[in-house]
Design a protein around this ligand. Structure first.
Ligand code: F3S
Length: 283
């Protein structure tokens, strides 16, 4: 049995930076420390940080009841309104928004200032997309698929800026651009799909084509993990999504000669190594 682990598997730059910023706060001994939403989409990491005193706020209502402490904005970022409320709350604000997401906030803000419509290719329910939406003062539309893009209509003379959620499926984004361009809209396209995502997706696709089975390790709420799973499943029918080693059932793997492993951007190396070692020793 050959086991191949994707080189790009695991924490991306922005997630590592955000987790490191939380760890710095723990080490500084400052208390209380809150994160606005779970710092990453990985329950194990969040639980272990909670054990070390980090408390997770769910929304602005939770924030309203606080008078002191430190609040950390996670890598997904927040809307301009949320950020302003945090700054006005009297808490120390530590901004761990990924710089690549920050860049999209700036594009959104500029689009709103210039009276342009902001189109975001992404999941409207995702906090990153909700945050981006909140930086534009103008019309904002979110399209999550080429079909949704086909239904979008702009008024004659309406100028638009198209961006993508950083973890959006790179090929889907290209399809959306193609569809909107065919309509002849006055549209400025900024491909903001993060290269970390792109590299991970490209490598996952390549690996899935070469192996008999794929294991994708990551949080069930992690959108980039789910997308990796979709890509692998399209190219390798025997693809399994697991959050931890406990979810892995090796029975179906007995007949496979080559297994590939990849992991979402919020999966710690320790879990990837644990899964890899287990597969290598048990098969
Ligand atoms: Fe940032 Fe890209 Fe990760 S946008 S949070 S480095 S996937």
């Amino acid at each position: 049995m050959k086991v191949q682990v994707a080189e790009t598997a695991g924490f991306c730059f922005g997630v590592k930076r955000a987790v490191d910023m939380v760890l710095e706060q723990i080490e500084s001994g400052r208390k209380p420390v809150y994160t606005y939403g779970p710092i990453i989409h990985n329950d194990l990491v969040v639980r272990s940080l909670e054990e070390r005193g980090i408390r997770v706020l769910q929304d602005l209502n939770d924030l309203a009841s606080l008078q002191e402490g430190t609040i950390i904005i996670r890598s997904h970022g927040v809307s301009a309104r949320e950020q302003a409320l945090m700054e006005a709350s009297g808490l120390i604000v530590v901004d761990a928004t990924c710089p690549f997401v920050k860049k999209i906030h700036q594009i959104a803000e500029k689009a709103g200032r210039e009276g342009k419509t902001l189109i975001i290719a992404g999941d409207p329910q995702h906090p990153e997309v909700q945050g981006i939406t909140g930086w534009s003062a103008g019309r904002t539309e979110v399209v999550d698929s080429p079909e949704a893009a086909a239904e979008l209509s702009l008024l004659p003379g309406e100028a638009a800026v198209l961006v993508a959620q950083t973890t959006f499926h790179a090929r889907k984004f290209e399809n959306i651009v193609e569809i909107l361009k065919k309509r002849g809209y006055d549209m400025f396209v900024m491909n903001t799909v993060c290269s970390a995502t792109d590299e991970r997706q490209t490598e996952a696709r390549k690996l899935a084509c070469q192996v008999d089975a794929m294991i994708v390790v990551g949080g069930r709420h992690s959108s980039n993990t789910r997308k990796l799973y979709e890509i692998c499943k399209e190219n390798c029918g025997n693809t399994y999504l697991i959050e931890t080693l406990d979810d892995l059932d090796l029975k179906p793997f007995q007949s496979f000669l080559c297994v590939g492993i990849t992991a979402g951007a919020s999966t710690p190396n320790s879990i990837i190594e644990e899964v890899t070692d287990y597969v290598r020793t048990k098969l």
